[in-house]
Every structure is written in C-alpha cells, then in structure tokens.
Design a protein around this ligand. Structure first.
Ligand code: CTP
Length: 402
C-alpha cells in the first residue's frame, strides 16, 4: 500500500528506539522507501546497522558525513521525503524544533523539509506533563506539525501513565490512511478485470491460443485501481508486467479463467471482461505428444463456457462490461452481444483498423450500453482510453441513477 512512498524516520534517544526498528521494518514491508536519521543519543540504544538492515538504506547520523558529494545530505533528504516521522521523539527534540534549533542531522533536516512531519513522543509521564513540553507541543501544533499521541501503560522508567510510543503497527495504519487516495469514484468497490488470451492444451507441447497481448486489460485494471478500486486482475499468459496496485491472479485456460472469475464474482461491483477467451478447446487433451502421421489431421473441438454470458445470468448488482473484437459491422455485433450476454456495456473495436486491436499500444473503440448509449472513442493510447472509458461509464451510471 505504500509502494513508492518516500518516508524519512528520525530516531531520537529514548528507550523506545527499539520500537522504531519495528516501525521501519513494517513501513519497508508495506512497500515504502524508508531512510533513517539517528541522533547520537539514539545510537546509545541501538546501532545504526539495525536500521540499515531494516530499511535497506544508508543510515544518517552526522550532518557533516556527506555520503554523496554531489548533494548536501540533510537538504537532499528533506526534499526527498513525502513524509517525515519523528519516532520516538524526546522532550529534547520537541524543544529544539519548537525553538528553531538545528544542531544535528535530525533537527537540520526537520527545519529544511517542506514535507508533512509527524511527531510521535515517548517519554516519562511527568516529562510529558511538564509545562515546557506542553508549551512546545502546542507551539509545534500551531506551526502545522502533527502529533501521534503516546499511549498509556507501563513505562520503562517504572511509572504507569501516558508516554509510551504508539505501537508501530498503529503508526503504519496512520501512514497508510494518510497516503490512501481520498474521494476517488471507485473507492470501496471491488473491480475484477480479465485480460490476455487463454491457452487450450492439445498435448503436452501444443496449445490453441490467440494474439491478445493483454495490454488493454492491464490498462483497464490499472485505471480501475487508480480510480480507487480494490482491483483483481485475472490474466491469461502474457509477457507484460501487472500493475503494482492490483491483486494478480494468473490463469491458463478458459476453464481456469472461469473458475477464478466465479470465485470473485459475488463480492465484485464491476466485472470487466477484456480477455480474449478461447471459444473452443480440444475435446481430448492428449497425454503424450502427438506424432505426425501421413495426410491430414483433425482435432475435434468443443465449446468452452462463455464466461460473460454465464455472469450475465448470475448477476445481481454487478455491472458487467464486455469487450468485442470485430472485423466488420462493429456496432451491430456489439449490440447483439450486449443483449445476448446480458451485459451492461460492450466496448467494441474493429481489429482490422490500423493502430487498433491486438498487440498495439493504441486503440479506438465504440462503447455501447444498456442505456442506449453509443459513443465512439477515437485513437488513444490504451492507458488513456481505459481511464476515459471507466470515467465515462461511472458518469453514465451516476446519471442513470438520478
Ligand atoms: N467471452 C467470455 N467467455 C468466452 C468467450 C468470450 O467471457 N468463452 C467474453 C470476452 O471476454 C468478451 C466478450 O465475451 O468480453 C466478447 O467476446 P468475443 O470473442 O468477441 O465474442 P463471442 O461471444 O466469442 O462472439 P463471436 O465469436 O461470435 O464474435
């Protein structure tokens, strides 16, 4: 969830430093790129090596220890960060920051950054209650800093009270929530996208397939995820990488795709069937490699299940979106499929058109819908087209409900 998010964790000297090791580990596991800065007193508790291993990055301690001579480390880190977390934050660092003091790597970076800064205090309960500390916290809040309240409980100093560093997993949750996109139209919805070709085995070394590259389906999945959907991409064999923000399910045959889609269907809000599913499969899959014989050969084929049509009979509240690859009378056939498969929308393209269809990076399609809509989308990249199609369908559905 935190993929490609850049987080600087400033670690200051308190017994809770050990929890900061767990925090850095969890942030890294969640996909964030984490860089750690330690104060000298933090190093009295834990060696920089622990943070280096957990973050898989260099750890910064000394303002004057420039690891890369082409940049000034504290300015570079300050600019690099999407978010800065001070955990644990001692009364000392809070006091320095509240007064604009910058005398080490942590405080110089904190003053230099324009990124959001979260401060997670951890200290003795009486220190936390001290008037000066309270004053400094209030001042920093006014200045726009955010605080992660310490929790109550047993403190290392023997007291019971407020002052424990918030648990690392709770801090990670806050960070994930901070970065999770707000107000996206598909937030809270599950979108299932199928993509690519299927392979129907003939014998152990041969199969029937088609030219689908998966590009349009992968673009649809990426667009759905970028619009906030919890996206499941079910794909036949292709040679492109899945978007990082989707759940990926790999399948081979039409039957495998059918099983995977049905397993997701009840909890889905939208199903987009971009896959070029084989309509036929060999009646018998030979256990041994077929040997050539003189003369002609025939492979008996039988129909696969039409997944979209099957979903059309099962659907309750799901929106069903199909694709149609045609070579002529595109809109006519698309409308036929819309009705026959009980789909809500069919996105149809003429695969004979230049820059359209299998393997290309661009496409031009016509959207036909249950609401009588018929809209043409001229030549666009598959990624742009995917986003426009989804945004259009979301708007049409919204208008339809008014
Ligand atoms: N489809 C499916 N299961 C199949 C075949 C197709 O779910 N066994 C879906 C495709 O994913 C696509 C839509 O049906 O969303 C249209 O597929 P297409 O192959 O163009 O249409 P067919 O129904 O196979 O019709 P025809 O072969 O007559 O063009």
């Amino acid at each position: 969830m935190l993929t490609s998010k850049k987080i600087v964790v400033c670690v200051t000297g308190g017994i809770a430093v050990y929890k900061a090791v767990a925090l850095v580990s969890k942030l890294t596991q969640a996909g964030a790129d984490v860089k750690v800065i330690m104060t000298r007193s933090a190093m009295e508790f834990v060696q920089p090596l622990s943070f280096q291993v957990m973050s898989r990055n260099d750890v910064y301690v000394d303002t004057f220890d420039e690891k890369d001579s082409s940049v000034i480390a504290h300015i570079n880190l300050a600019d690099w960060a999407d978010l800065v977390i001070v955990a644990p934050a001692t009364a000392n660092v809070i006091g320095k920051l509240a007064n604009g003091i910058a005398d080490d790597m942590v405080t110089t970076t904190l003053l230099a950054t324009t990124a959001k800064v979260w401060i997670a205090p951890a200290m003795n309960v009486h220190m936390y209650d001290n008037a000066a500390v309270k004053r400094n916290i209030a001042r920093l809040s006014e200045d726009g800093y955010s605080f992660i309240e310490p929790s109550e409980g047993f403190l290392a100093c023997g007291y019971v009270g407020k002052g424990r560093l918030e648990e690392p997993e709770n801090i990670v949750k806050l960070v994930e929530d901070y970065f999770s996109p707000k107000d996206l139209p598909l937030k809270g919805q599950k979108v299932v996208v199928t993509a690519g070709p299927t392979r129907e085995r003939i014998d152990p070394v041969r199969f029937l397939t088609n030219f689908s590259s998966g590009k349009m389906g992968y673009a649809m999945a990426e667009a759905a995820a970028n619009l906030g959907a919890d996206t499941v991409l079910i794909s036949g064999p292709v040679s492109i990488d899945a978007p990082s923000n989707v759940t990926f399910v790999s399948v081979e045959s039409a039957q495998g795709m059918y099983d995977a889609v049905v397993a997701q269907f009840d909890t889905a809000s939208i199903v987009i069937k971009t896959a070029a599913v084989a309509d036929y499969k060999p009646k018998v899959v030979q256990a041994q490699k077929m040997k050539k014989q003189p003369g002609e050969a025939t492979i008996a084929l039988e129909r696969t299940t039409d997944i979209l049509a099957e979903l059309g009979t099962r659907k309750t509240n799901q929106l069903l979106i199909g694709f149609a690859a045609e070579t002529n009378d595109v809109v006519h056939y698309a409308k036929g499929k819309l009705e026959k498969k009980n789909a809500d929308y069919i996105i149809a393209n003429d695969v004979t058109e230049a820059g359209s269809g299998f393997g290309t990076d661009t496409n031009s399609v016509t959207l036909v819908g249950h609401n009588g809509v018929e809209m043409h989308f001229p030549h666009l990249t598959k990624k742009e087209l995917a986003l426009q199609l989804l945004q259009t369908i979301i708007q049409l559905e919204k208008d339809g409900r008014k």
